[in-house]
Design a protein around this ligand. Sequence first.
Ligand code: ATP
Ligand code: MG
Length: 337
Amino acid sequence: MLNGQGGRRRSPSRGALLGTRDHANTIKLGTQAAMPNAVSLRSVSKRFGRHVAVDRLTLTVPAGSLYGFIGPNGSGKTTTLRMILRIILPDEGEVEVLGAKEGAAASDRVGYLPEERGLYKKMSVRRILAYYAALKGLTGRAARREIDAWLERFELAAWAGRKVEALSKGMAQKVQFIASVVARPELVILDEPFSGLDPVNLEVVRQAILDLRAGGTTVIFSTHDMHMAEQMCDFVCMIFRGQKVLDGTLESIKAAYGADTIRLRLEGGRQCLEGLPGIERLRDLGAMQEVQYAGDTQELLAALTARTRVQQFEVAHPSLHDIFIRIAGPEAENGRA
Ligand SMILES: Nc1ncnc2c1ncn2[C@@H]1O[C@H](COP(=O)(O)OP(=O)(O)OP(=O)(O)O)[C@@H](O)[C@H]1O
Ligand SMILES: [Mg+2]
């Protein structure tokens, strides 16, 4: 398990394009001055009754980065996001957002897609978006231009005059996404932005998030989609039972786990692996198997070729999905018991 801030010193793969991270608190973008953190949490805790939802959480989100929160249900992701938004206040610790340690001052500069979706159903799509834009100070022609561009982009232009109640769930979610970004906030916080979207809309929202990020917006989102987090994020933070258990670039997280995973395609399937020493975990994906292996990979390859035709043998770092399961899955649970 990787704890603490170790990984943040490494540049993400896109670092070459964007500049370099020189230490834990700043990103240098080209020749521009070092940028501060968009969000810092210092030993933040939140209790609900006797239940500790967030437990001494410390993290920093560099300005301009795409930061993903992962973790099992009930681990404290939404509670943390709400504290960043100051919708709820921590019992202990300090939350700094866009340079401000308290007050709602940051809120005009922060957009939010809440986990509980809810738009006024009787209002038209255009009116509701104008309302959200105005809430954050964007009005008149500038607001109309922004709204039109988003509706066009999300293929909702034909629905602009319709009431929200006429929209499908996915369409309403796209409208709510637009509501959170329409006023061009500096920081966007999205609580599970992909849940309930079909693959086409998922791609549309994903691209929109990447474009926001490319334009300099800091984006924090939570997701249960490990693949998405793995592909998109500059930094990933995993919360488990209110505590941070992973934090850093994907490269650093994976490096901490080592290249202990072997992806296999074998004529004869999983039976060919039976009884081989060093296999600590086997995930049977059907046509492929993924094993966590402690031993000499060349010996494993030799043992397998002696048994069957090896169609694929790939030594790799574990996927984020795998790391998640290792930390939070039932086996880890039994190990802790
Ligand atoms: N308002 C509240 N009152 C009481 N308990 C709460 C409240 N909000 C959250 N909790 C509890 O705090 C814990 C963390 O909840 P939270 O919603 O932050 O989890 P999450 O990581 O977002 O989960 P999910 O993936 O299911 O959305 C849970 O045990 C939850 O029951
Ligand atoms: Mg949640």
